[in-house]
Design a binder for this molecule. Sequence first.
Ligand code: B12
Length: 454
Amino acid sequence: MRVLLVRPGRRKQAITLGEFMYAEPIGLECVATLLQPEHQVGILDLMAAREDFRQTLKDWQPEAIGFTALCIDVPAVLELAALAKEILPAVVTLVGGTQTYLAPENFFSPHLDYIVRCTTAENVPALFAALAAGMEPPLLAGILARSRGYLDSGAECHNQMIPPDREATRPYRQGYSYFGYRPCALLQTAAGCSRRCSFCLRRIIEGGRERDRPLDEVLAEIREIREPSIMILDNDFLHSRHRVLEFCRRLAAAGIRKNFICYASVAGILQLGPDLPRLAASGFKAFLVGYESFREADLTLYGKAASPESNLQAAALLKGAGIDCWASFILHPDWSKEDFAAFRRAIRRLRPEISSLIPLTPFPGSQLWPEYRDRVLFQPEDFDQWSFSLVSVRPGRMSLRAYYLEVVVTNIYVNLCLNSLPGMVRRFGWATLWRLTAGSLRFIGRYLQLMRKG
Ligand code: B12
């Protein structure tokens, strides 16, 4: 079959990091691996492409179109699927991605034939084998068919880790970036998380325990990656000290030199302590660390296995090892002006190289949802608002407008006063810095608009 896999473009309504960084649609690349060589597969990345969706359909005449979707993408996928059926009435349409797992009902539409809740080496190839043979597919684990009242086989299923076909996105790869690193590839070496952070969707999506890919397989994949930088997307790459050190040993043995960026927990950083310089020597440039808050009470509420003191210890270890810290913090809706001021002082003590400030987002279906559902500012079906960038809970100690002002002030403070300009230029160069600054200013501009509305 001729299969076109599509990532929807950016949506004006959704404020996202896509303003200044986005990476490869690795989920679609995994699907490309599963379908080839039996089927002819192309990827259209509308976040990166100059091509037009309508024209591509006319030129390419696909027999099946598969979309990938986060929550913010739901409206775009519904619109594109309707357009696809209008242009090619016989085309089979399907959708997969994070949001199909969390809320498949969002995609109940006459224009979408299959909703793939989870993807494995069995179910997706079986679906396409049946479609190619012109047969009604059997009930499959994790695949809901519209023609069967959205039933699947009922068997439990989670996404499998499948090596991506990076060739399928070759025309777009120069543009994929992770913050200052461009071009940058994504790599998954593990899935799942045994921690219990109350705000996190990842353990719901990926399962509540770590599943590691064998390092032989991971190293083989790295050898095929042409980009100089790799972002490892595992929840906590440091979750096993032994595995991380073995990874570094194998990189050295294979003579691989790359820049690595990964998510790292505070517990993992403390556990690796004296070994961190070894990671720096292996190419680890930056860790994304969820410090989340400066207050013990917040950390307890979020179920974090960390304290303000352990956050400071981790920060000192990273400085000592020369690994940058890209910290993320959750802005609690019940913070007062004084709390925001104390938070700014706390960031100054932690001195991360980069800080992301994320308003607490009780995503529908997450552990936090029941607690905040009466205070949320938009409905679950306001899909493009659930970007984890907007204030989604009515502030408890000030007006929404005043709260947005604090968010803007803190963002400006972090971006302009704390980030070291010479350091950033040295790391990334002027051109990249300009791209990031322009993106950040657009981001802050959108907040100012919201503040005026608020
Ligand atoms: C790495 C990452 C990023 C990176 C890179 C993303 C990119 N490619 O551009 C960056 C930092 C840029 C990013 C940005 C954002 N992200 Co992000 N990100 C992730 C993370 C950690 C991993 C995603 C990933 O690559 N997984 C590995 C791949 C292989 O998995 P996958 O895409 O789900 O694909 C599998 C299946 O779903 C399936 N599949 C996927 N598509 C399709 C299509 C078809 C047809 C089929 C059959 C199957 C299929 O195939 C794969 C098989 O295993 C996830 C957490 C998570 N576990 O999902 C959050 C996550 C997806 N991100 C999230 C969000 C909210 C965002 C942002 C909106 C945040 C913001 N404020 O801007 C932006 C928007 C992204 C964008 N592209 O515009 C949320 C989404 C929540 C939701 N339900 O919508 C998540 C779940 C994190 C969270 N907050 O909990 N993100």
